[in-house]
Design a protein around this ligand. Sequence first.
Ligand code: FCB
Length: 467
Amino acid sequence: MTTTAPHTTPAAGAIFPPAFRWGAATAAYQIEGAANEDGRTPSIWDTFSRTPGKVRNGDTGDIAADHYHRMRDDVALMASLGLTDYRFSVSWPRVQPTGRGPASQKGLDFYRALADELLFRGIRPVLTLYHWDLPQELEDAGGWPERDTAYRFAEYAELVAGALGDRVQTWTTLNEPWCAAFLGYADGVHAPGRTEPAAALRAAHHLNLGHGLAVGVLRDTIPTSAEVSLTLNLAAVRPLTNSPADVDAARRIDALANRVFLDPVFHGRYPEDLLADTADLTDWAFVQDEDLRVISRPLDSLGINYYSPTVVAAGSHPLPSPWPAAQDHVRFVPAPGPRTAMDWPVDAGGLYELLTRLRDELPDTPVLVTENGAAYDDYVDPSGAVHDPERITYLREHLEAVHRAMEAGADVRGYFLWSLLDNFEWAYGYGKRFGMVHVDYASQRRTPKDSALWYAQVVASGGVPRE
Ligand code: FCB
């Protein structure tokens, strides 16, 4: 638990080390489209987005930003912005339809071609194996609450590692397992839309297990020089006051948001307080001997995604919620500050808090900020430009927070802006635009926003210019 840190602009501007990695991030289901092409089968997100009432406006990822067909142009766009790294995810049902058995060569070919195109342009591919698109057939067999899904994930990891191990240097097993487990199985606002808190805890463990098994597979398959990582959306949790009750509410959410992943992955144990807090829901007997040894296989780096802080107080909140067993103990308090189009508060101090916490708790683990960014109601004006000054301010403040954390000793190696392109923002559909590049979905025309041009300057100069 941390307190709010002051946040100032360095007088000389924030200059990053020459080797700092400057990237942008996307995810397969959010940009690719081509949902029914080349043997791809439905994922839980195809099913969920077709379920009435689940995604705003009935939007689906069927076409999305049509990246599957525009990949080369999109990589050229990245090159024109000077990115050093590109973080993308592999669609599981595209490369292993139905989640079992042999790979689809066409599916693998797409990602091989993407990696080759990136390398040709001098951009490092940063590959995420799982950004939430579980093959529907595996959900039909029980999904992440079932232990077998972890083994299926390891098998899929082996197929991808075999096909791309020679050209991808940075591998991430999971993106935000918190969302996959707790938004998907407890809150139900994400696919597969289940509201079963006990199942969500099982899902969290099996995601952890799948991660550990995949780390083992990667270490056996790809060159030893490769970097193996995991991306967590750690919560910057703050108690509303210093009262013991508010501090205890923050402890509870810290366990359910952060330590349920950090502790098994980095320390080979589940937190005692988490087990006690959730004892009415489960005895955690699904954690088998050896699991924690597998889950805690060493990593080369940790990715963190950060958008805004989480303020809590003692109290209660309604169900369904993504927080198993916390409904009678925790109230969520809107943090102050300006808002993005998601209604998320803008507060770069939370990123500083997380990075300095990791400096203290995991001093030997380099960190990548694998997502950070903001949605605003952007549009192309009559002159053909997209003016998004709020996004520039957001990015500036958060990059300065990263820089300040580095000056305070945090070992941060790179920053990935979410997102390269406007895309399918999950339950919000296409209504929320996170891209630094605007996408007109009717024509699929790409227009770099002012923030993209600003970010390109940051990348080119290796630092955040003074305002
Ligand atoms: C993160 C997701 C990413 C995107 C951003 C806004 O939780 O990893 O796919 O939706 O939020």
